[in-house]
Design a binder for this molecule. Structure first.
Ligand SMILES: *[C@@H]1O[C@H](CO)[C@@H](O)[C@H](O)[C@H]1NC(C)=O
Ligand SMILES: *[C@@H]1O[C@H](CO)[C@@H](O)[C@H](O)[C@H]1NC(C)=O
Ligand SMILES: *[C@@H]1O[C@H](CO)[C@@H](O)[C@H](O)[C@H]1NC(C)=O
Ligand SMILES: *[C@@H]1O[C@H](CO)[C@@H](O)[C@H](O)[C@H]1NC(C)=O
Ligand SMILES: *[C@@H]1O[C@H](CO)[C@@H](O)[C@H](O)[C@H]1NC(C)=O
Ligand SMILES: [Zn+2]
Length: 669
């Protein structure tokens, strides 16, 4: 049960007793709205001075269920006022000097709990609402926003406009996100890629060598486990939000484009400084973490909306909710997701969206060769495959796996064999952003190692660690490159994750012995713990080659394993998994598929690790993959402004720290 009176939207206690309050946990009537009056931005919101946002007010009248009220007729005569300092509470229209908006009405339904879902008896809620768009607060300090409804009930939201930094410290910001990356993964990656003698590493990860270390709490606004959309929203806007939302607070209406929006770091950087903007990801480019720099929608699954917003802003999507974005047409967009660009079912109106970008002055590149050859002077769209880009292991070690994918970014059904990795994309992006910084505005780039998360979902630990090592290698190469072009001292580099996965290593496994046993219990005896966990077999070649000795697995030398499938492998577990089979070996034929659907829900895939043992799942039977976990994630930073990243803080603070390094706040007093 939430302690509504103290930390949630502060509804008057009277309202709670009268409602016989049921604090829904599995399902909520509307996150952030425990009473029947809802205010967005909700209680506890903090703003950068001058940051744009929408206000949405809702009054709920549940027709039935434990909160049924007002005969199901929502009060349309609610009032909303804002108070700052000592003055009285001023009506919203006076406070912001805007016209009143008209009442909108809709209804929605939800289940109070799992019993109600089984019984098929949803609660129906009727809603009256108003919205006010594109407002801002530029005076630092505390604000009280008060919704009065149902003849005297109140919902009070406390807002704070933080005192912003006035001196700009960083010219450029290079923001790396290792999606789903946790400290146990970094530790495991170090173990397999860096040689240790008598317990002492002979080399370190680049992340180990950054100037500042902090960690951030990733919770959503209305649930403690986050997804990549609402966590990216927190990192880029300084606002907590709901699962699946991109830069909006989730309202209860069906329309996913009318939710109250908030301005992102990319929009602020463009609007106030006019600097160059780069978006790089190893995911499809409409995926949540890249999308969240520019898009505003309740539903991260609206890929067409996302790519449309990259090009033309929200007006093209629905002018009713026009948002004055300055994010459109980023200087660099590199990633996968060609299905949103070549003519077909996934592209906007089925058109050739590559051409739409060319028409706006973009160079369009579709392979690593074209990427390396293209001019650094023009805005550049680089799309290198259908879906997510190939994984580092498959591009560098198991290249046969690139074949037969039919994922060419041209959409012609051939294979995308010439894909860049995160490093190639990021280094080229630096050159383009640098060339497009005409005066001294600087640039902002987000570079995402997306498939750490995607491969952890698939419980493909080796591929996930390969992606993590590629991220580390990219950070290392970026630092060297920035130094070479004389920009290192001007550039704030921040590396963090958006959430975790419950992965950790607990020992070593003799994969040969495991494979040779015939019962699950004997197979599990192959796992050595403590003194029998052994040493890393990944950084030495002896006895480590696969049966086919001609394949030199990895052979990447420093910073990557020498072999990816030693006999003595690390044994890892996962905090949240479907039924699966484990043998702790590298998946040589492509990413792992741990579970398959059956009439009884997901069961262990019999073709995955057939020589392994059965490990029963911990998740509900409708989950076929691992899911995100609770833990705080690390933040590493170097360069001007990096000292602010030390300590323990909330995900939203990262936005404020970056905004302060760029001095993006705009006050008036
Ligand atoms: C809202 O106010 C109008 C005008 O004062 C009144 O006619 C109407 O009954 C009120 N509606 C409710 C639901 O209180
Ligand atoms: C609430 O009302 C709706 C619509 O009449 C109905 O379908 C639903 O079963 C009711 N829910 C409960 C919990 O009674
Ligand atoms: C825009 O939103 C309004 C209000 O929900 C809706 O009526 C209209 O159909 C939408 N337009 C488009 C083009 O989706
Ligand atoms: C799709 O077509 C409609 C109708 O012709 C047009 O209004 C809209 O702007 C188009 N959308 C995009 C993303 O081009
Ligand atoms: C090992 O694999 C390579 C590459 O697939 C192949 O060319 C070679 O013939 C194989 N060698 C043996 C001994 O099987
Ligand atoms: Zn994920």
């Amino acid at each position: 049960m939430r302690s509504t009176a103290t930390i949630g939207t502060s509804a008057i206690l009277l309202a709670l007793t009268y409602l016989g309050f049921v604090s829904a946990q599995t399902f909520q009537r509307l996150g952030t709205c425990p009473s029947l009056g809802c205010v967005f931005p909700p209680d506890q919101t903090e703003f950068l001075a001058g940051q744009l946002f929408d206000i949405r007010l809702e009054v709920h009248a549940p027709v039935n269920g434990s909160e049924a009220s007002s005969g199901g007729v929502p009060d349309e005569n609610f009032t909303f006022c804002i108070q700052s300092g000592k003055g009285g509470c001023q009506d919203v229209t006076k406070y912001f000097q805007v016209q009143d908006s008209s009442i909108e009405k809709w209804s929605f339904s939800y289940y109070e709990d799992l019993f109600a879902k089984d019984a098929g008896t949803p609660i129906v809620v009727n809603v009256a609402s108003k919205a006010y768009r594109a407002l801002s607060l530029s005076k630092p300090g505390a604000y009280t926003a008060k919704l009065v409804y149902n003849g005297g009930f109140q919902t009070v939201a406390n807002w704070v406009v933080r005192e912003p930094a006035t001196r700009r410290k960083a010219k450029n910001v290079l923001f790396f996100i290792g999606d789903g990356m946790t400290q146990p993964m970094i530790t495991a990656a170090r173990l397999i890629a860096h040689k240790s003698i008598n317990g002492k590493y002979q080399s370190l990860m680049q992340m180990d060598q950054m100037e500042a270390l902090g960690h951030q709490m990733t919770h959503s606004i209305d649930s403690f486990i986050t997804d990549s959309a609402n966590s990216a929203t927190a990192l880029y806007t300084g606002k907590k939000s709901t699962v699946n939302t991109l830069n909006v607070w989730a309202d209860s209406s069906a329309n996913s484009l009318d939710d109250p929006k908030v301005e992102t770091i990319a929009e602020l950087f463009r609007r106030h400084i006019g600097g160059a903007l780069g978006i790089v990801s190893t995911a499809y480019i409409a995926d949540a973490t890249p999308a969240a720099l520019c898009a505003h929608t309740r539903d991260r699954g609206q890929y067409v909306t996302v790519v449309t917003e990259y090009l033309t802003s929200a007006e093209a999507v629905n002018s009713t909710f026009a948002w004055p974005t300055s994010c459109k047409q980023p200087d660099v967009i590199f990633g996968g997701g060609a299905e949103q660009f070549f003519p077909g079912r996934g592209s906007p109106n089925g058109t050739d969206y590559y051409q739409a970008f060319r028409d706006k002055g973009y160079n369009v590149v579709l392979s690593n060769t074209e990427l390396q050859a293209t001019s650094s002077k023009a805005k550049t769209l680089g799309i290198f495959s259908v879906g997510n880009l190939a994984k580092w292991i498959d591009r560098n070690v198991l290249k046969e796996n690139l074949k037969g994918q039919r994922n060419s970014p041209t959409g012609d059904g051939t294979d995308a064999l010439d894909q860049p990795g995160l490093k190639e994309m990021t280094l080229k992006a630096i050159d383009i952003l640098q060339a497009r910084t005409k005066r001294n505005e600087g640039w902002f780039m987000m570079s995402e190692a997306a498939s750490i998360d995607k491969m952890m979902h698939a419980l493909d630990y080796d591929r996930a660690l390969g992606e993590l090592l590629e991220l580390d290698d990219t950070i290392r190469a970026s630092i060297a490159h920035l130094k070479k072009i004389g920009e290192l001292d001007n550039t704030l580099i921040v590396v963090t994750a958006d959430h975790g996965h419950g992965f950790d290593v607990f020992g070593g496994a003799d994969t040969k012995y495991l494979s040779a046993q015939t019962t699950d219990r004997k197979k599990r005896a192959a796992v050595g713990t403590y003194g029998e966990s052994g040493l890393s077999g990944y950084t030495v070649t002896e006895g480590a080659l696969p049966t086919n000795n001609t394949i030199v697995f990895g052979a990447e030398g420093p910073n990557f394993p020498v072999t990816w499938n030693p006999r003595y492998a690390y044994a890892a577990g996962f905090g949240a998994n479907p039924d699966r089979r484990e043998n702790y070996k590298l998946h040589t034929t492509g990413p792992r598929l741990p579970a398959v659907s059956s009439p009884d829900g997901y069961v262990a895939n019999p073709n995955d690790n057939p020589d392994g043992f059965n490990a029963p799942g911990t998740l509900g039977p409708d989950e076929g993959q691992g899911v995100h976990s609770l833990q705080d994630v690390s933040v590493f930073a170097s360069g001007p402004g990096s000292e602010a990243f030390r300590g323990v803080y909330n995900s939203i603070d990262i936005f404020f720290k970056i905004a302060d390094a760029l001095a993006l706040g705009r006050t008036s007093r």
